[in-house]
Design a protein around this ligand. Structure first.
Ligand code: GLC
Ligand code: CA
Length: 564
């Protein structure tokens, strides 16, 4: 295969326009501000941006309640500003993915307004109704503890409507062919304006059967193929990145066994086990999650992440594992959310310890897939637990130590900039970190640069190399006659590990030499063919196997033909 599937070896940066940079001084970030920060993002080295919802919205769920799919919310600018932005990104070789929130609309969307007003309206059947009060309306809430039910009564419609999320987010009847046609039209519209694909919100709910009589929703996976075919036909290099927190045995239904459905999915299974590994210095469940999510078609890719804009959902861990993570990273009740997760940012969870932050990022960057980083994490931004629910980790980007972190000239930013204390903009900001070679910002820039030169991680096949110490993860990737090997010590204490690289045949000899890509200490195997390393607390190593002539040795095809 020609290796030009860009998403297989990309670095994705997620941000929300409203909290990135405010150019017109009204306190709300806008596309003009974001456009001016594209040089920063290019310098950081990211190759794609995932933009959170920016369409017209009453903003009761941070834009995940869309009131018009074909327009930019006026507080962020105009469609013209948006196109300036996608053009600016393209000029710098940065792709733009946007959120596609089509499981539900805002209740202020005109479709819903029409639907509730008039039972004869064509929009009536675009939503999910019940004349009678359905049974089990207090089941299946996505936001337990905050959201009360999944059905609400609408006085005007004189009927109950279904909402998987908050009551102001009525579910679209996604089985209706007209709704499906509209979804494609929305995709086509934004593709025409320069985006390279979509992060599809809440995919398992989009494809589920919905209705008052549905006891056990069933996934209609074929719908995913319809979306995929449309995308690929309109623009060959466009992708769909699915938000689907599902069990590994259904992964292939989402990717498609022949790779014909979603290009990418977030790896929630690995995410939760990664946090357990960090909390317990025990990498065994993580290794298991990696194995469970390994099978996938060549064209499919995982999105790997540490934190995102939502809570860290720990719902798939065992009770004991979950309690371990809570105890380590979110012991206080106000750090936890929805009875299953932690709402903090990464840096405060790890006590602001840069060694540990580097370890966590180094690990994430070297797990099988494409890394997705969250704005502000490159400088170790904190959270504001006084803000409700997930807003605590959605505060404005901290650019400098000028008022409001240089985010706005207005006295009243959309959400308060974090000030004072260890994570205040006075200390934690991009301008200061830029001046220090060892800052997290400069470290992140260097690690991204190196990660891009290690396509083995995105494209290759991985092996967890036995190291007999649960605190240490050793992984090898092989691709086109090249191999790389990574070692991570998740414990605070130093560890000594012994391992064989595990290559055989022609490559066994290569395995005896490991060239460190980040520092000077290389490793040569002993007479027994094994490497012996002492690795400091929270230490990590990136090695090239065999030497730096790897590019001279790389093959042009994935599997060299078997010689007889
Ligand atoms: C997804 C989003 C979340 C949003 C929800 C409803 O889970 O990530 O932020 O609240 O969908 O659209
Ligand atoms: Ca503004």
């Amino acid at each position: 295969m020609i290796n030009d599937l860009w998403y297989k070896n990309a670095v994705i940066y997620c941000l929300s326009v409203g909290t990135y940079m405010d150019a017109n001084g009204d306190g709300i970030g806008d596309f003009t501000g974001l456009l001016r920060r594209l040089d920063y993002l290019q310098g950081l080295g990211v190759t794609a941006i995932w933009l959170m919802p920016f369409q017209v919205s009453p903003h009761r769920d941070d834009g995940y309640d869309v009131a018009d799919y074909y327009g930019v919310d006026p507080r962020y600018g105009t469609l013209g500003d948006f196109v300036e932005f996608t053009h600016g990104a393209e000029q710098r070789g940065i792709r733009v993915l946007i959120d596609l929130v089509i499981n539900h609309t805002s209740n202020e969307h005109k479709w819903f307004q029409e639907a509730r007003k008039d039972p004869q309206s064509k929009y009536r059947d675009w939503y999910v109704w019940s004349k009678k009060k359905p049974s089990g309306i207090n089941q299946g809430m996505v936001f337990p503890g905050v959201q009360k039910s999944t059905w609400s009564y609408d006085e005007e419609a004189r009927a109950w409507y279904f909402h998987r999320f908050y009551e102001f987010q009525p579910d679209l009847n996604t089985s209706n062919p007209e709704v499906q046609a509209e979804i494609l039209k929305i995709m086509g519209f934004w593709l025409q304006l320069g985006v390279s694909g979509f992060r599809m919100d809440a995919v398992p709910f989009i494809i589920a059967t919905k209705g008052p009589d549905v006891r056990q929703p069933e996934e209609q996976y074929d719908m995913l193929r319809t979306f995929r075919e449309f995308l690929q036909w309109r623009r060959g290099d466009c992708i769909a990145l699915a938000e689907a927190n599902v069990l590994p045995d259904t992964d292939l239904e989402y990717f498609g066994r022949d790779g014909g459905r979603m290009h990418m999915m977030f790896n929630f299974q690995v995410n939760q086990n990664l946090f357990y590994a960090l909390a317990a210095a025990d990498t065994r469940p993580l290794a298991k999650a990696l194995k469970a999510t390994k099978p996938r078609p060549t064209t499919a890719q995982w999105g790997l992440f540490l934190r995102n804009h939502d809570e860290l959902d720990l719902g798939r861990l065992t009770e004991e594992e979950r309690q371990t993570v809570f105890a380590a990273f979110g012991p206080e009740p106000d750090m936890q959310l929805y009875e299953r997760g932690i709402r903090r940012r990464l840096a405060p969870m790890l006590g602001g310890d840069q060694r540990r932050l580097e370890l966590a990022y180094s690990l994430m960057f070297t797990l099988p897939g494409t890394p997705v980083i969250r704005y502000g994490d490159e400088i170790g931004m904190g959270d504001n637990l006084k803000l409700p629910e997930r807003n605590c980790a959605r505060t404005p980007m901290q650019w400098s130590n000028e008022p409001h972190g240089g985010f706005t000239k207005s006295g009243k930013p959309v959400l308060p900039v974090i000030g004072g204390g260890p994570y205040g903009y006075e200390h934690i900001n991009a301008a200061i970190q830029r001046r220090h070679p060892e800052s997290l910002l400069n470290w992140t820039e260097r690690i991204i640069r190196m990660r891009k030169e290690v396509p083995e991680v995105g494209w290759g096949d991985f092996t967890v190399v036995p190291a007999r110490d649960p605190a240490v993860l050793v992984m090898r990737y092989d691709w086109r006659n090249n191999s790389v090997l990574f070692v991570h010590n998740l414990d605070a204490k130093p560890r000594e590990v012994t391992f064989a690289v595990g290559l055989d045949g022609d490559n066994a000899e290569e395995g005896k030499l490991l060239i460190n890509l980040l520092a000077e200490d290389h490793s040569r195997a002993g007479d027994d063919g094994k490497h012996r390393l002492v690795i400091e607390g929270y230490g990590y190593r990136w090695y090239r196997v065999g030497g730096l002539d790897y590019l001279l040795r790389r093959s042009e095809i994935d599997q060299p033909p078997v010689r007889i």
